[in-house]
Design a protein around this ligand. Structure first.
Ligand SMILES: *Cc1c(COP(=O)(O)O)cnc(C)c1O
Length: 402
């Protein structure tokens, strides 16, 4: 039996022998950890109970709807990036609120969107003028995404909507020039989303900018949505400061506060389980080829240099360093370098942590790679298979179904 290390990322596997647990399952596969989703959910629930704010699941990070019956105990609803996610939220968490933000809505989709969404947030003044009145006629709550022009994530431009020339959110100048008295009368709320994996000190800084620029409008509104990017369930996150921020805004402006984290809802709540296919040396470098791919199964590893935690590896600097890579033909299909106590062997099981977010909803079949099946690891440690992916998941997205 392997030692399960004591890192926070693997607390859901504590006391388990992963070699036995996973031995009969064909790799690669995702295991979504019900106990950890509950752990994360309870933190979100306590923030809502202590403040009266509402927290939504941002589905773009995680949309494994088989878990929605569990998650709906902890969230007030779902947040969608567009039509399909809005429909999914409505279908799979029907008793809860559906919110949608999209940079630009399509005319031929908007009527259908009205069937699903409760809150509709617009990204530009033009979009507001084009759709807001119609949305109001259908009893929707309408909001505008603002750009507080307050960068708190220097060197992280890919995830910073406050960079100069950003296409996301209305800057104050455009707001003042574009919003008439009548427009302001139908506006229900403001939305900002400027954070990514950040702590509540950065939220506090952002709120100073939001208040300075848009404070005078806030008292006339019903709600403000703080967006996502709050790493609320991370071990070192300052939850008390978040609570102070929410209470301060609610009390001062008499508005309802929404948050819509994606990552925080399922932080550390999934594993990508893979097997070693081969090992060899190239010069001094030890290389291990595994049956999962960064490009196909963990695209954020390549897009934003995420190094997923690996069970029983990378704990100290003693041992054997391996570069782990996938089986595809892409030279850069590397997951990262890890240190192991012993040499890796063919067929050995490796378990990556924190693989519930931005993974199952971002997989692809590049290189004809199979999609990893998705399981739930239930609280009683039994595994339930949700999917049965095969060749046709690859084929049918490319052409005629015969
Ligand atoms: C991405 C996104 C979220 C969720 O962000 P996380 O970093 O996963 O918490 C929420 N709202 C909007 C508008 C987003 O674009």
């Amino acid at each position: 039996m392997k030692n399960i290390d004591n890192r926070f990322e693997f607390q859901g596997l504590k006391g388990l022998d992963v070699d036995t647990l996973f031995k009969d399952i064909s790799t690669p596969f995702f295991a979504l950890d019900e106990a950890q989703i509950e752990y994360d959910g309870n933190i979100l629930l306590s923030v809502q109970q202590k403040t009266g704010c509402k927290i939504l699941l941002a589905q773009k990070a995680f949309s494994n709807y088989d878990l929605y019956p569990l998650m709906e105990k902890f969230v007030a609803g779902t947040e969608a990036s567009g039509l399909y996610e809005a429909r999914l939220g409505k279908e799979e968490m029907p008793s809860k609120e559906v919110h949608v933000f999209c940079a630009a809505y399509k005319e031929d989709e908007f009527d259908e969107l009205l069937k699903y969404a409760d809150h509709i947030v617009f990204n530009t003044i033009n979009q507001f003028h084009k759709y807001a009145r119609k949305a109001k006629e259908h009893n929707k709550s309408v909001g505008l995404r603002i750009n507080p022009e307050c960068s708190t994530q220097v060197g992280h431009e890919m995830y910073d909507p406050c960079t100069p020339g950003s296409r996301l959110g209305v800057p104050l100048k455009n707001f003042i020039e574009g919003m008439s008295e009548e427009d302001l009368q139908i506006l229900d709320g403001l939305h900002f989303h400027t954070l990514c994996q950040q702590n509540s000190d950065d939220l506090e800084k952002t709120l100073v900018a939001v208040e300075e620029k848009f404070g005078k409008y806030l008292s006339f509104l019903k709600w403000i949505n703080f967006g996502g990017g709050h790493h609320i369930t991370r071990e070192d996150y300052d939850v008390d400061r978040l609570i102070r921020c929410i209470n301060y805004i609610q009390d001062k402006y008499n508005v309802e506060v929404y948050l819509e984290p994606g990552e925080a809802c399922v932080l550390n709540a999934g594993y990508l389980v893979t097997r070693v296919l081969d090992t060899f040396k190239n010069g001094d470098k030890n290389i291990a080829l595994v049956d999962c791919s960064a490009a196909c199964h963990m695209p954020d590893v390549l897009e934003c240099h995420f190094l997923p935690p690996l069970l029983n590896a990378n704990l100290d600097n003693e041992g054997i360093r391996y570069k782990l890579g996938g089986p595809t033909c892409l030279s850069g299909d590397n997951i990262g370098e890890y240190i192991f106590k012993e040499e890796l062997k063919e067929n050995e099981i490796l378990v990556f942590g924190d693989c519930a977010l931005y993974t199952t909803c971002k997989t692809n079949t590049f290189n004809g790679m199979p999609l990893p099946n998705i399981y739930i690891l239930h609280k009683d440690k039994s595994l339930e298979k949700l999917t049965d992916f095969n060749y046709f998941d690859f084929k049918y997205r490319l052409g005629k179904t015969k």
